[in-house]
Design a protein around this ligand. Structure first.
Ligand code: NAD
Ligand code: TDX
Length: 348
């Protein structure tokens, strides 16, 4: 099989390729990525020279270029990760989200429609639980929960999900969608909560908690997400949506104190010293209170279960950041420093 993986130099895409390229030498994996600030080719060093791996540096907003990749590689399967993914950036600059997440997904669908006239190709769209909006203290998202996105990011992902479904219904394209909760693990760009807090704790910098730290996220180890996507590709049904989650709801403040405890354990700093760095800052506008995924469908129909607990996964993740200073230096570019300054300067 020829597999076109978009966004393969980002966090989840790179974990997906690192897992599957060595495991499946019978498949060719083509990574289509425009290499935004969030990409890092250093994340793919282990597979860069593999016989069954190729890289195409292409922007999905450019239809001609996407069409060219389809002509050249004739993929049977698209696994679509490429997106602008950070909620705070979608608040300070939403345009790139509309371009990449909506127009980019549209271009991929159009190229697939043109090249898959035999109806055999499969389009797997990777999406998020944020399309469902915010939960109160109770309830969980199921696959039929009404879409109610809060941020430009989640609205753009919702639009992309709708486009994918429309291509299934209108053009008969074989599609599958997965909506997953918050991922964490190695290779995550340190603008996101967990790696940001780990690096700041190690450096003795403030740990900026938005609002009162009471927002709840359902955390899933990235390797478990990647295995779930592969399972849906292999055993799922066309036209279906599968929710993926860790059944692991944690308040942000509890995530941060747990990070303090593990970093203390691994570095010789004290937990009290690290917790002293916690700083409550101005909240995110439109901040969703709580996400919780009901993953019954994928568990019952495809026998998927997460393998990592939050305790084991978080320790593994923190150890990875401590053991990979070269990777961290690669992502701490001027762009990263500018973002950190911009995002946190007016949160007081
Ligand atoms: P990321 O920001 O780490 O990586 C995104 C990748 O996409 C980067 O390599 C970037 O260069 C590439 N990209 C962005 N715009 C592009 C464009 N116009 N053309 C080509 N490539 C482009 O993101 P991530 O956290 O790995 O998320 C991957 C996907 O999974 C996204 O679609 C996201 O919405 C979804 N998702 C993420 C999470 C999470 O917790 N991170 C949870 C659920 C779903
Ligand atoms: O400095 C911070 N302080 C803080 O309190 C940051 C960066 C975040 N937070 C809070 C906001 C959220 O409640 O932590 C929580 C997690 O924040 P993010 O890591 O930015 O993730 P989130 O906004 O929940 O979105 C993530 O999960 C769903 C991914 O970025 C999305 O791509 C995915 O779809």
């Amino acid at each position: 099989m020829k597999i076109l993986v978009t966004g393969g130099a980002g966090f989840i895409g790179a974990n997906f390729l690192n897992l599957l390229v060595p495991r499946h030498p019978e498949h060719v994996f083509v990574n289509l990525d425009t290499l935004t600030y969030a990409a890092n080719l250093g994340s793919l060093e282990g597979i860069a020279k593999a016989d069954n791996y190729r890289l195409e540096v292409v922007d999905i907003v450019d239809f001609e270029a996407v069409d060219g990749v389809f002509t050249k590689h004739q993929p049977d399967l698209v696994v679509h990760f490429a997106a602008e993914s950070h909620v705070d950036r979608s608040i300070s600059g939403p345009r790139a989200f509309i371009k990449s997440n909506i127009e980019g997904t549209f271009n991929l669908l159009e190229a697939a429609r043109k090249h898959w006239s035999d109806g055999k190709g499969l389009f797997h769209h990777v999406s998020t639980d944020e399309v469902y909006g915010s939960l109160g203290d109770t309830g969980m998202f199921v696959e039929t929960t009404r879409y109610d996105p809060s941020s430009p990011y989640s609205a753009s992902k919702a639009a992309s999900d709708h486009l994918v479904r429309s291509y299934a219904r209108t053009f008969g394209m074989r599609t599958r969608i997965t909506n997953c909760s918050n991922n964490y693990g190695p290779l995550q760009f340190p603008e996101k909560l967990i790696p940001l807090m780990v690096l700041n704790a190690v450096d003795g910098k403030p740990l900026p908690v938005y609002g009162e730290g009471l927002n709840v996220r359902d955390w899933l180890y990235v390797g478990d997400h990647c295995e779930a996507i592969w399972k849906v590709i292999g055993e799922g049904a066309d036209g279906e949506t599968y929710n993926i989650g860790g059944n692991n709801e944690v308040r942000n403040i509890d995530v941060v104190t747990e990070i303090c405890s593990i970093v203390a354990d691994l570095t010789g700093k004290t937990k009290g010293e690290l917790e002293g760095l916690i700083t409550y800052v101005k909240d995110r506008p439109g901040h969703d209170l709580r996400y919780a995924i009901d993953a019954t469908k994928i568990r019952n129909e495809l026998s998927w279960e997460p393998t990592e607990t939050f305790e084991t996964g978080l320790r593994k993740t923190i150890k990875w950041y401590l053991d990979n200073p070269a990777w961290i230096e690669q992502v701490r570019t001027g762009e990263y420093r500018n973002w950190i300054e911009k995002n946190y300067q007016d949160r007081g």
